[in-house]
Design a protein around this ligand. Structure first.
Ligand code: HH2
Length: 287
């Protein structure tokens, strides 16, 4: 690996926001979609998405993640025009909300438009592999979440295969961090994500979670997105909307293993659980 990785960051810089990593951060999910796996259709109208985002901030979200295309297993791709129609007005309305707005998209054009509309972070489940994406992010000063996936949402869960899932995902993310730094993205603006459920079996997800701590060796913060996901359904036997307690337990487990950002649907529950765990384990109380 050619780029020497920096030591773990003390803050995450996304656009004009500098977020302290002294405690785990909560990224609240806002799905402006008709078909997301756990809340599809609930926030498709712009007003309800904006109201939902504002209540997530009141509940303690440190970052808002706005998405207009479901990437659940089997999901069909959404055309740029439709994705733009769903999310851009929401990003614009939240640009001055006081917390960084993340745009969850794989489309470079929409990333550019969302940043112009006030987004401070690009969450690309495709690892920012698109042409010009890293350069766009570097020039804008936005943060980036580099996620691993195997295959495409439509077919990714059909037969995911790895010889060594932890090593392969870690090597991929190391390469993407390297590429981002070479493109001019500041290391303190990069987070990585193993991509739970994205071309991974239940066993792959468990292995990645068990070894999450080893991702810290890449020198950038780790984001974990476990909220309401299928592995929690398999453990508890519950439907997505009834996986709140399971999601909170998984978020705490990920935080314990070093995750710096937790991408969750249930912000209030996660925040309270984190605050209790954080305080009882002898750290500074969460403000
Ligand atoms: N998971 C989902 C979407 N985006 N981004 C990152 N970085 N990490 C994740 O684990 C992740 C993500 C899937 O969750 P959700 O957005 O609720 O569902 P859907 O894709 O059906 O909209």
């Amino acid at each position: 690996m050619s780029t020497p990785f920096p030591s773990p960051a003390s803050h995450f810089q996304c656009g004009r926001y500098s977020l302290s990593l002294a405690r785990p951060l909560i990224m609240g999910v806002v799905n402006v979609t008709p078909d997301s796996f756990s809340d599809g259709g609930s926030f498709l109208a712009h007003e309800s998405a904006i109201a939902h985002a504002q209540s997530l901030i009141e509940e303690g979200a440190d970052i808002l993640d706005i998405g207009g295309e479901s990437t659940r297993p089997g999901a069909a791709a959404v055309a740029l025009e439709e994705e733009r129609r769903r999310v851009l007005p929401v990003v614009e309305a939240l640009a001055a909300c006081g917390v960084p707005v993340s745009i969850d998209t794989r489309k470079p054009e929409l990333m550019r438009e969302a940043i112009a509309a006030g987004a401070s972070l690009v969450n690309d489940i495709g690892g920012a592999e698109g042409g010009g994406v890293l350069e766009l992010i570097a020039a804008s000063g936005a943060g980036v979440c580099l996620m691993h996936k195997q295959g495409e949402p439509q077919t990714m869960q059909q037969s995911p295969h790895y010889d060594d899932v932890v090593a392969e995902v870690r090597d991929y993310l190391a390469q993407r961090v390297d590429a981002a730094i070479k493109a001019g993205v500041a290391s303190e603006s990069i987070v990585i994500d193993p991509g739970f459920g994205f071309g991974k079996t239940y066993e792959h997800n468990l292995a990645l979670l068990a070894h999450l701590g080893s991702f810290e060796a890449l020198g950038v913060p780790v984001l974990a997105g476990l909220s309401r996901k299928g592995m929690l359904g398999r453990i508890t036997g519950r439907e997505p909307q009834a996986r709140v307690y399971a999601s909170v337990a998984a978020a705490l487990f990920a935080a314990e293993r070093g995750a710096s950002i937790l991408r969750v649907h249930d912000v209030a529950a996660t925040r309270d659980a984190l605050a209790v765990w954080w305080t009882l384990s002898g750290r500074m109380p969460v403000s």
